[in-house]
Design a protein around this ligand. Structure first.
Ligand code: PEP
Ligand code: MG
Length: 574
């Protein structure tokens, strides 16, 4: 039996199943909420120290953040408020059971709010909140976690990273999850450990419950193709091993190209830049050979707090990223919240159609001061770092939107002049093309801005009218759909009327197949997660631009995304 999912960490693993269901491995003394939160936080700090000693700094950062979350007064106060419901007559053990489920419920509802955010990076934090809640719940309930007793493949609905990190070295061969995304922490952790992961495997837990997980069942994971094979045949195992050998050779070859610029076999330049969501991501992007930052999602500074960050606080964070990248360009996307990405301190009204509501740059109308402060902080950081900041506005739909952003930018910069603060004489203003109207009006917009960056994640959702967070629509909402490619072609044509640069910063840019088609469509900068840079750099260098243009032309002319993918799959490598 075989199930398909999303390959989230490369590699092949074969082994017995260890099913993680949050079950109990033993008992320990029951603690009250504050003591349990302290203990959970201490355990997480100890885990962080352990993985940091092993050189896994990124994972250590996850656990340090979780240790803080465990002590978050907002979370604990919300649990306390609900705990008041527990009847005074309850016995200690009844109280522990009730408190355990309240902790789980409060953490789950906080996590659900986060998970509904369209920004994958923020949505992935939902898993952290659930994970921290589950740890505190286990402690108040007096339970410990059950871990595998031999090298195994973890199969779970979702695998909290802190549980994965507790598994003794060598006992975790791979990870298969029913939920999760390529940006979830379980996936990041698997990549850090160098083990394969397949996520978003629909039907996984049902398959395991139906007997595939019972007894000594072997499962094979293919983290590149995103496959989970129960009871693989000998022939299947041989095929997987051969693929693994080829992958190692290709991976080493691709890594060896770090430091080389992105280009095609005939030397046509395609800038390969990174998407970052936190200051700490800068180091990872530079190590992967990023030629700059094509998308800095600045929302991280604004979420998970009671009030907006100050201008000084923001300027310090932006400065760190500019300093890390030196001469290389950094594109700051202005705060992209609102609609279904609420910020409690903005008191935005709930919306019936959040994806079509007041989100992205539309926020400037009601919250001008918030965005003005951000623009000033970016401009100041740029002046201090002696580099020219590149501003980018999200969710631009009309020419009026650009005029409004331009006026706001001028106002913020004039304020800086008045205050006698140095600033770059000229700043670049770009816009994201992620709304169909912007793609259709590209020529008019191109006359008013310095660059475009296509947000293929939102563009796909709006062109196909498929909610990007909808689990039932995930497979059909494919950015390689010819309708999306035609919107990209229209954007490139519009940009060519004035010669401005067009980048792509949605997930499509980091998909090796997608990157080839985008280059063939005339895109000359691709911005992606740092982990994708090697593969895209390697792939582009194998093709002549004329062949990519032919490839792109036939993809645009196809009738469906499946047809585009099939034609790529059947095309021999050059
Ligand atoms: C996009 O929409 O493609 C994009 C890059 O922005 P985000 O994913 O942050 O909405
Ligand atoms: Mg977007």
């Amino acid at each position: 039996m075989e199930l398909a999912g999303v390959g989230a960490a490369p590699g092949i693993a074969v082994g017995p199943i260890w099913r993680h269901s949050g079950g109990s491995g033993g008992r320990r003394p029951v603690l009250d909420l504050r003591a349990a939160a302290e203990l959970a936080s201490g355990e997480l700090m100890a885990l962080a120290a352990r993985v940091r000693t092993g050189g896994r700094d990124a994972d250590a950062g996850i656990f340090e953040a979780q240790a803080l979350m465990a002590l978050d007064p907002l979370l604990l106060d919300a649990i306390d408020a609900r705990a008041a419901e527990i009847t005074r007559a309850a016995s200690d053990s009844e109280r522990a059971v009730a408190l355990e489920s309240i902790v789980d419920e409060v953490a789950a509802s906080t996590a659900d709010t986060l998970a509904a955010l369209p920004d994958e990076t923020l949505a992935a934090r939902a898993a952290d909140v659930r994970d921290v809640g589950a740890r505190i719940a286990r402690i108040v309930g007096g339970r410990t976690i059950e871990l595998p007793d031999r090298p195994s493949i973890a199969v779970a609905d979702d695998l909290p990273p802190s549980v994965a990190a507790e598994i003794p070295d060598g006992r975790l061969l791979g990870v298969a999850l029913e939920r999760g995304s390529a940006t979830s922490h379980a996936a990041i952790l698997a990549r850090g450990l160098g083990i394969p992961a397949v996520v978003g495997v629909r039907g996984l837990m049902a398959a395991v419950s139906e007997g595939n997980g019972a007894g000594p069942v072997t499962v094979a994971l293919d983290g590149d193709a995103g496959r989970v094979v129960f009871r693989p045949s000998d022939g299947e195992l041989r095929r997987l091993r051969a693929a693994e050998v080829g992958r190692h050779a290709a991976g080493a070859e691709a890594r060896a190209l770090r430091g080389q610029p992105g280009q095609t076999a005939d030397g046509q330049s395609i800038a390969l830049v990174a998407n970052i969501g936190r200051v700490e991501d800068a180091a990872r992007a530079l190590e992967a050979g990023a030629e700059g930052v094509g998308l800095f999602r600045t929302e991280f500074l604004f979420v998970g707090r009671r009030s907006a960050p100050t201008e000084d606080e923001q300027a310090a964070a932006y400065r760190k990223v500019l300093d890390a990248f030196g001469e290389r360009p950094v594109v700051f996307r202005l705060i992209d919240v609102g609609g279904d990405k609420p910020l409690p301190y903005l008191r935005l009204a709930p919306e019936p159609n959040p994806f079509l509501g007041v989100r992205g740059i539309r926020l400037v109308h009601e919250h001008r001061a918030l965005v003005l402060t951000q623009v000033r902080a970016i401009a100041r950081a740029g002046a201090e770092a002696r580099s020219m900041p590149r501003f980018m506005a999200p969710m631009v739909a009309t020419v009026e939107d650009v005029e409004m952003v331009r006026a706001m930018l001028e106002e913020a910069l004039a304020g800086l002049d008045r205050d006698g603060l140095a600033r770059a004489q000229y700043v670049e203003l770009g816009i994201m093309i992620e709304v169909p109207s912007a793609a259709l009006m590209a020529a008019e917009l191109a006359r008013r801005v310095d660059f475009f960056s296509i947000g293929s994640n939102d563009l796909t959702q709006y062109v196909l009218a498929m909610d990007r967070t909808h689990p039932e629509l995930a497979a059909a909402a494919d950015a390689l759909h010819p309708a999306v490619l035609r919107a990209i072609r229209a954007t490139v044509a519009g940009a060519r009327t004035t010669g401005i640069e067009v980048a792509v910063c949605g997930e499509l840019a980091g998909d090796p197949l997608g990157s080839l088609i985008l280059a063939g469509l005339g895109i000359r900068a691709l911005s992606m997660d740092a982990g994708r840079l090697d593969a895209v750099r390697f792939e582009l260098r194998r093709w002549l631009m004329a062949d990519l243009e032919r490839l792109a032309a036939s993809a645009v002319a196809a009738g469906s995304a499946a047809e585009v993918r099939a034609s790529m799959g059947s095309r021999p490598a050059p």
